[in-house]
Design a protein around this ligand. Sequence first.
Ligand SMILES: Cc1ncc(COP(=O)(O)O)c(C=O)c1O
Length: 451
Amino acid sequence: MREQLKKYAGRTSFHIPGHKGKPCGTGDFLASDLTELPGLDNLYAPAGIIKEAQERAAGIYGARRAVFLTNGSTSGLQAALVALCRDKTALVARNCHRSVFSALALARARPVYVYPENAGLYPGPIAAEEITNALQSNPDAAAVVIVSPTYEGVVSDIEAIAEKCRKHGVPLIIDEAHGAHFPFSPEFPKNAAAAGADVVISGLHKTLPVFGQSALLQINNESIASRILAALAMLQTSSPSYALMNRVDEFMSLPPDFERYLSEILAFRAKIEALSNVNLVKSDDLSRLVFVPKNVTPIRFAEILRNDYEIDIEAAYLSHAVAISSVADDFADFAAFGRALRGIDALPPQACRGELIPPFRGRSETAIPPHAALFAENTEKTPFRESIGRVSANFILTYPPGVPLIAPGEVITDDAALYLAELEKRGFPVAGVENGCIATLSGGIYGKDWK
Ligand SMILES: Cc1ncc(COP(=O)(O)O)c(C=O)c1O
């Protein structure tokens, strides 16, 4: 493992984690890798140094409470959904990450999906009216769950959505895994806790210079806090890493110079926006770099960066490529990235660039909730071309961004099967498809052979 990992040393990173492989904090990982010794407090009953550090973080995010997560955003999402939606209906943005769907399964919740606006090459925001309609049609909803920002930096109007949720007395949970940097500059969008969400999960390790798996749960609503904390203590490790928590507190106590970073990213964006073939898309989040190259495919774009310039970006799809920048990026990183992008911009058009294929945005019926599909005893492997009308027993997705193309429990549509065929034709890897087959529930066509 070590040998392979070492190959990334010295390369330019425009991907997660947010520390970009640079020394951060005191760097004293081993000395801070301790356990609940006298004076070191306890994450699950904080009364000393952890309590103080969490209060510091809560102050920055404008939340009533903040709780350290050392098992990534996933653990916070699970705790919130298990606590609030157990055996109940949840209104869920369909463009959520698979960790939300897994949390729904753990909670045995029944999702009613809300769809994002159709914004072109990738999903747009969730409209507040969609939430109002869903709340009116589902008076039994126990929570609303939305991802904001998305992988591409699309931010929904959380203030408006929070107001609708408050009116209906339904807690609003925001997956802010990609927006942990928002409170550190007014140039970034308002963070969800400050915008009035009840529960927010921020993935600190994605965009801040802290260690992998560090995240922060924020709770703004005392009436639901104890339930969420009880669930978290069950779902998260009983040995939370002090090295992770200490680094988060070092960062929160003395954040680096975001003004320097902002002036550099703004200058970088301005230079790249002037290029003709490398199209840098406007984003709600200035730090998120979404590219739609005109002369090469987005996948080739990432390959050239990787092989010719030793620059690794976060992801490339059939429609666009995503690079993640953070406050750890410095002038030299932006200069190297800029040089590489100018080099790509000057390339002649690739003959086979072809049509851009946006992520799948078809809609489908949910036959059974995710837990019933994922834990079903009677499933079979079905060639995806013959699976139309059957119910998926698994996640079918591309990773990243990890948004299910077909969620467990959904009926497979003609459109979804056609889309899978297109991905197969282009050699794009899809999790949940093995040798052209997907796991479906036994019993045949939903609505015809069974209901
Ligand atoms: C939008 C979103 N939410 C949640 C998660 C899960 O975060 P973590 O890997 O920190 O558990 C991810 C991970 O990629 C994500 O992209």
